[in-house]
Design a binder for this molecule. Structure first.
Ligand code: CA
Length: 665
């Protein structure tokens, strides 16, 4: 009751000064424009503008010769049109010009904005650019196709930041820190080993997941020599590529063409491309490019009308409102079609409402149902939108073909993300067995799991393994090497830390669901113990490609894990039912040991039965295994798919802090 009253008061105050503006008693009353011509429609003959600003008293288009400097050469009034929009048509060829919108609310002219639907900008994203999109396509773009993909469980994700990938002097890559780094083949480190895209191909991952590559605010694109680093979770223009990753941020065509060249190159190497999208908040709230068109509308408010902050970044967007929902759907569809992007990772997805997420899924299904969607099923802070409406982990069963990250398996394996000194299963902590088992079945329902025991969730939360991302580390928090070091048992050796590392990723890559690694983990990367490197220098964040030489053993092991998963469909079961019928846990009665069987050529695997044993103890254990002729392919930190040994006895010795994998023919 209180809320309605305050909102009504707010709207009345806001709108009372407007000459001929309708009064809206709630944001739900704002009109929704459902056309597809918002903001800019360009042709050689004419340029049409249509901007949504329902509470405006007056709206202008400012035209510029330059994307950054100088005043407007023309200011043109827009006319009020349907559903809160304003229009203007200019019968000239405006290619090469720049523009902004300026809105008057009551008596006050707000700052200029390039708009929300803006698809090309000048440097630093301040002014929108009028370009001919046919000039942004690299040669052969019309033949670019997504590499084949059958089930989402066939995916293996590699999360990488554009700068991290190439900035090191030993990357051998010319276009350091640029989209074009992903187009360079034949690059080598100091020791002549492959780096860059050739390394990714050799590693065998299926998807590259790029940290934010849309236009973000924190890096000044006019000062590349500063080499300023940021992860990019501070959105400025959602539908424009980040300028600092292009070779010429002043030319609006360059960043678009180079982004497409990156996608094209990865596709040619058989790798799909995923974008990290951050629709949950904007870099600044008040005065953002969204807010300057419809003040307050795109953001949620608390009952006292102050802005809420579920993102922890000062504002949170309101996906449940018609125009924000429309924008999110169209933005994702735009990247999937114009740029051929193959998947989307939603930052703090728990801020968005379920209905919007399912609407995005439905829109992508019309383009290609193999486009992958996943997100963080949580928020950073409390949101005023009711939890039952939000796309949080516990509501994942209501999300259709959208996956969520499993923090359950992550923290069971390595220990709490919050308490850096707390170790997990792989470092010898017992009582985490049920959490590990919960991870192995892909967070689905399985009769052998005691759901009271997993560390966070107390119930299965996804419909099928296609909906779960299994991982032990990502860009957030300490990377795996640092975390295992920080939390190591008092007398643990360097050699043991490597064992813990391999064991953790073996669980990730053999569990049902979708495995995910943070770039450089395969080269034993560290970040000097820093847990939040969002603006740390390249010296902390970049991949040191010479580690490929000093950590050959780790790199080979990770490659082996990826190959194991790729060649054996038993680890990629697409349905909960298949997991329930073919995944059988073995009770070894030994603490900190988890063992299971995948039976009877499940999912058409060439292997008949597969036995997987994880020993989290820092001592060897003897496990009673079924009598058969077993072929050992993974043991004591070694993987060899053509076989390490044949085992035809039943008392099997598992090495300390390691996994053993065996199969029958
Ligand atoms: Ca930028």
């Amino acid at each position: 009751m209180k809320r309605t009253h305050i909102l009504f008061l707010l709207m009345t105050v806001m709108l009372s000064a407007c000459n001929s503006t309708k009064k809206y008693t709630s944001y739900a009353d704002y009109p929704v424009y459902d056309g597809n011509d918002l903001e800019l429609t360009y042709s050689q003959q004419a340029t049409s503008f249509r901007v949504w600003s329902p509470t405006a008293t007056e709206v202008k288009v400012m035209l510029y010769d330059n994307g950054n400097e100088g005043g407007a050469y023309k200011s043109l009034d827009m006319k009020r049109s349907e559903n809160g929009t304003w229009t203007l048509k200019v019968d000239e060829n405006l290619k090469g010009k720049f523009y902004t919108f300026q809105v008057r609310i009551g008596e006050k002219w707000l700052d200029e904005t390039p708009g929300i639907w803006v698809k090309a900008t000048g440097v630093n994203g301040k002014r929108a650019a009028i370009i001919d999109f046919s000039e942004t396509n690299p040669s052969g773009w019309e033949n670019d196709v997504r590499p084949p993909l059958k089930n989402f469980t066939d995916i293996s994700l590699y999360e990488v930041h554009v700068r991290d990938f190439s900035m090191a002097s030993n990357s051998g890559i010319k276009n350091k820190g640029k989209f074009l780094a992903f187009t360079e083949h034949g690059t080598k480190n100091t020791y002549g080993e492959t780096t860059g895209i050739d390394h990714l191909k050799e590693l065998g991952i299926s998807h590259v997941h790029l940290l934010p590559v849309f236009d973000y605010a924190s890096v000044d694109e006019t000062r590349p020599a500063d080499n300023k680093y940021n992860w990019g979770y501070d959105p400025l223009n959602y539908n424009v590529p980040e300028g600092s990753y292009s070779t010429d941020p002043y030319n609006p065509v360059t960043r678009i063409r180079e982004f497409k060249q990156m996608v094209q190159s990865l596709h040619k190497s058989g790798i799909r491309v995923i974008m990290d999208v951050v629709y949950n908040h904007t870099s600044k709230g008040k005065g953002s490019h969204l807010d300057l068109l419809a003040p307050n509308y795109f953001y949620r408010q608390n009952v006292d009308s102050t802005w809420s902050n579920a993102s922890g970044c000062g504002n949170e967007t309101a996906s449940e409102r018609g125009m924000m929902r429309k924008f999110m759907i169209e933005s994702v569809v735009y990247w999937a079609t114009e740029y051929h992007v193959d998947g989307f990772r939603f930052d703090l997805m728990g801020i968005h409402d379920i209905e919007t997420m399912n609407a995005i899924r439905a829109a992508l299904d019309k383009i290609d149902p193999t486009i992958f969607m996943y997100g963080e099923g949580w928020t950073a802070s409390a949101s005023p939108l009711a939890e039952e409406k939000r796309a949080v982990k516990k509501n994942a069963k209501q999300l259709e073909n959208i996956a969520v990250f499993s923090d359950d398996i992550r923290d069971a394996l390595k220990g709490s993300w919050m308490h850096q000194d707390k170790p997990g299963f792989v470092s010898g902590v017992d009582s985490l067995e049920e959490s590990i088992k919960f991870g192995i079945v892909g967070s689905t329902q399985h009769d052998s799991i005691d759901y009271k025991k997993p560390i966070y969730s107390k119930a299965p939360y996804v419909n099928d393994p296609t909906q779960i991302i299994n991982y032990v580390s990502c860009h957030d928090d300490m990377c795996l090497v640092d975390k295992l070091k920080e939390s190591k048992p008092a007398n643990a050796t360097e050699i043991e830390l490597v064992k813990f590392n391999k064991l953790a990723q073996t669980v990730v890559f053999t569990s049902q669901g979708i495995p995910f690694i943070y770039a450089g983990e395969e080269l034993y990367r560290n970040k000097k113990g820093i847990h939040n490197t969002y603006q740390s220098p390249d010296s902390i964040n970049r991949i040191d490609w010479n580690s490929k030489d000093s950590h050959k053993d780790i790199n080979n092991y990770y490659k082996g894990l990826i190959a194991l998963r790729k060649e054996h469909s038993a680890f990629r079961l697409p349905t909960e039912e298949m997991v329930q019928q073919h995944l059988k846990f073995i009770n070894t009665k030994i603490p900190n040991v988890v063992a299971y069987l995948l039976t009877n050529h499940v999912n058409n695997d060439v292997w008949k039965d597969i036995l997987v044993i994880f020993n989290g103890n820092r001592r060897p254990v003897t496990v009673q295994i079924p009598q058969d002729e077993w072929n050992l392919v993974c043991h004591d930190g070694q993987i060899n798919l053509s076989g390490l040994a044949v085992i035809n006895y039943t008392l099997f010795n598992v090495a300390p802090s390691s996994a053993s994998i065996l199969y029958t023919k």
